[in-house]
Ligand binder design. Structure first.
Ligand code: MG
Length: 386
């Protein structure tokens, strides 16, 4: 016996434009589908999640689930020609002892664990239910831009997802629809057709289905308003020695000396990583990548920065912006600014304009001024994504 969720993630998103699946669009730094999966991950009443993927996207979906710690997502099926085909394929892939199945649009990332729980409980008690919001606008029926009638609003609900059912009931409703060539735009319609009473679980207006770019902007604003921004700072210094390559901000820079260290000793990226880890209270890079571990000998710090981004995602944070200052007497670093910004932003999955590199000397004072070493400081902002 178990409660499973099917996430419909095979839609092409034709109305969004731009060619990229709407499920992969970043919502405050986190892809739409990852936010959806995290809501089900956090719901204690869900035992397993099956993602009905577009053909060829199962590997990508699996990687996203892993990156964001969605460990309940263990089944990834290949979607069919229509949403109904995709859901039926996923239903057939579920364990035979499934008791309740929740069917949810991947493009509704603002669903809450509380709504998921309410739907699961209602389906367990009453066999079939949908999340739905009461219609608040006055409805008009129009033709050619002219109102023909006012539609009575009393008793009207806008159907959302999750839609939750007794597993055997919805599976047989789907198989009957297949046999009869009956198509519907939601799963409840198939249960209704089979004579089942479908109950309403009242939901609010914020369980948006992202259909147009305007929906994405609205959802981003809602996420930003309900998530927390946190900042962290980092500092690091390394010794300059002859015979080592100089790597700063992920860029190799011609110079007569390079920084000494276990990795590539990229002091700027080290400060940046500490700032990001600090913002998420995840410790420091010495804890994350101990220099006693031979695995990190000579490793590119950009690779470590990618791993920091994955650690943040696993802990429910997304990087938003960062600012790095490098203090070096020589060489002149400003010609490399754009390259550094692009390299660091790419490793963090951010637009280049969200990562800043600045350069300063110490006017000959101190170890940086004497050319004995280079230091860097950084601050970073992250946003909670749970
Ligand atoms: Mg260091």
């Amino acid at each position: 016996m178990g409660v499973w969720a099917i996430i419909a993630a095979a839609g092409a998103g034709a109305r969004m434009g731009g060619g990229v699946s709407k499920l992969l669009l970043p919502l405050e730094g986190v892809p739409v589908i990852a936010r959806t999966l995290m809501a089900f991950e956090r719901c204690p009443d869900v035992d397993g999640v099956c993602v009905a993927c577009a053909p060829g996207q199962d590997g990508l979906m699996r990687a996203l689930a892993e990156a964001y710690g969605a460990s309940k997502a263990t089944l990834f099926t290949c979607g069919g020609a229509t949403r109904q085909d995709s859901v039926r394929g996923a239903l057939l892939a579920l364990p035979q002892d499934t008791s309740v199945v929740l069917i949810h649009d991947g493009a509704r990332p603002l669903v809450t664990p509380a709504l998921i729980s309410a739907c699961a409980a209602c389906a367990a008690a009453r066999r079939a239910c949908i999340a739905a919001a009461p219609v608040v606008d006055t409805l008009k029926r129009a033709e050619d831009g002219t109102v023909r009638a006012t539609v009575e609003r009393e008793g009207l609900w806008a159907a959302q997802t999750p839609q939750a059912f007794d597993y055997r009931l919805i599976l047989s409703a789907h198989m009957a629809a297949l046999r009869d060539g009956f198509a519907a735009t939601d799963d409840a319609a198939l249960a209704e057709r089979a004579g089942t009473s479908v109950h309403i679980v009242p939901s609010g207006p914020y369980n948006l289905k992202l259909t147009t770019p305007g929906d994405v902007a609205l959802a981003s604003a809602l996420v930003a308003a309900s998530s927390t921004a946190r900042v962290g700072q980092g500092w690091d210094a390394h010794r300059l020695v002859p015979g080592r390559p100089l790597v700063l901000g992920g860029v190799s820079i011609p110079h007569e000396a390079g920084l000494l260290g276990h990795s590539d000793a990229d002091v700027a990226i080290h400060a940046l990583m500490d700032a990001l880890l600090g913002a998420a209270a995840l410790g420091d890079i010495g804890m994350a990548f101990p220099d006693s571990d031979p695995a990190y000998k000579g490793i590119s710090s950009l690779e470590l920065l990618r791993r920091v981004a994955a650690m943040l995602a696993g802990a429910g944070f997304a990087p938003v912006s960062a600012d790095v200052t490098v203090i070096a007497q020589r060489p002149r670093l400003s010609p490399y600014r754009q390259q550094m910004q692009a390299a660091a932003a790419d490793a963090l999955g951010l637009p280049a304009g969200c990562v800043s590199f600045k350069f300063s000397t110490s006017e000959g004072m101190g170890f940086e001024g004497r050319g004995e070493g280079i230091s860097a400081m950084a601050c970073a902002m992250v946003r909670s994504c749970r």
